[in-house]
Ligand binder design. Structure first.
Ligand code: 3PG
Ligand code: MG
Length: 405
């Protein structure tokens, strides 16, 4: 007999688990399996409880029809290795293959269904179309466990609508993620420092807006920093720039000043004349942030900035970091990201809470060789954790609370 989080005894029951198995692939080889590993504990718990586990997940953003390069087949194979058990794979999501594979499951066995986004109903904005697809998914199972934290901000059939159709429970991964994020929003231990990077300011507007009232310091790097530098009146050469966000950035800088929140921008930048592409060797140069040459683009924060950021994190008790500081995949432009990651490990050592949020930053710390245990928490959600911190409602969470179970 095996209970799972309010679902009662799941022994012999078909349990549909929505996981986020959206991992980066190079062809068919998985370059960072963090999200698969994070999904294992819930699946293993259900297996141990004797459930017949039906895993549904997406990969990439296919347009509602099958595309080989977005097949979950390599992911299913990796999940099997991590579970140490045979994992079946259905070559469709709710069709003949899926139905047959589910019917074949013995207690404690697992099947992964093909990419749920190969079906137009999954991401449809039309509730009836989504609902019709959710009906088909729900027909495969007796209960639903929502464990794909990275997608709980999406109102999609396998995240939202299916929970209205089956007895449901929050999975262990989602519960853990929400617990940690709550510690960042409800009375965080201070100083509370937020580090933001990544390419686009426009992705981070809501979170900056919200954090200006909550964090003590905001450190900004990555591609988004050039819009801030330009907003301060500096030329940024060929660097990434979102012209339409300049006024917004100016307003944030002014508001930060008024509210006493320190916004720290890098004082030096690593530039090159072209984006690293493999056709030529990188030629990194360090320049002051207010002297980016017209023919150059910024690809990382500079060494002095790395040291400044580390100093700003030295007394932090709570840190949230989303988005790499530079093009960390290229060693010449990885030092800024490494400096921030290193500083976060120091926060953990001193007993503070360090949270790495977002697929890219999580992949970065692993790619740069950091031990995952050196961080308080590595979130599997990028957009989801940002939207939580923005104070937005996450449809995949509210449906678990609202819909009848
Ligand atoms: C992610 O990679 O952030 C999640 O898997 C969600 O993917 P999506 O942004 O394509 O919805
Ligand atoms: Mg995303």
């Amino acid at each position: 007999m095996g209970e799972y989080a309010g679902l009662g005894d799941v022994q012999g029951k078909r349990v549909l688990v929505r996981s986020d198995l959206n991992v980066p692939l190079d062809g068919t080889s998985i370059t960072d399996d963090g999200r698969i590993r994070a999904s294992v504990p819930t699946i293993r718990t259900l297996v141990d409880a004797g459930a017949r586990v039906v895993v549904t997940a997406h990969l990439g953003r296919p347009k509602g029809a099958p595309e080989d390069r977005y097949s979950l087949a390599p992911v299913a194979a990796r999940l099997g290795e991590l579970l140490g058990a045979d994992v079946a794979f259905a070559t469709d999501t709710v069709g003949e293959s899926a139905k047959a594979a589910v019917a074949d499951l013995a207690d404690g066995q697992v099947v992964v269904l093909e990419n749920v986004r190969f079906n137009a109903g999954e991401t449809s904005k039309d509730a009836a179309e989504r609902g019709a697809f959710a009906d088909e998914l729900a027909a495969l199972a007796d209960a639903f466990v929502s464990d794909g934290f990275g997608v709980v901000h999406r109102k999609q059939a396998s995240v939202y609508d299916v929970a209205e159709r089956l007895p449901h429970a929050m999975g262990g991964l989602v519960a853990t993620e929400i617990d940690v994020l709550r510690r960042l929003t409800v009375d965080p231990e201070r100083p509370y420092v937020v580090v933001l990077g990544g390419s686009k300011v426009s992705d981070k507007l809501g979170v900056i807006d919200n954090l200006l009232g909550k964090a003590d310091k905001l450190l900004i790097g990555g591609g988004m920093v050039f819009t801030f530098l330009k907003a301060q009146g500096h030329e940024v050469g060929k660097s990434l720039l979102e012209e339409d966000q300049l006024d917004v950035c100016r307003a944030y800088l002014a508001r930060a000043e008024e509210s006493g929140v320190q916004i720290l921008l890098p004082g030096d930048i690593v530039v090159d004349t072209a984006f690293p592409s493999g056709e030529r060797s990188p030629e990194p140069r360090v320049v002051p942030a207010d002297q980016i040459p017209a023919d150059a683009l910024g690809l990382d924060i500079g060494p002095a900035s790395g040291a400044d950021f580390a100093a700003a994190l030295a007394d932090a008790r709570t840190v949230f970091w989303n988005g790499p500081m530079g093009v960390f995949e290229t060693p010449e432009f990885s030092d800024g990201t490494r400096a921030v990651a290193e500083a976060l490990t120091g926060v953990t050592t001193r007993g503070g809470l360090s949270v790495v949020g977002g697929g890219d930053s999580a992949a970065a710390v692993r790619a740069l060789g950091f031990d995952e245990d050196a961080f308080g928490h590595i979130s599997t959600g990028g957009g989801a954790s940002l939207e939580y911190l923005e104070g937005k409602e996450l449809p995949g969470i509210t449906v678990l609370e609202d819909a009848q179970s």
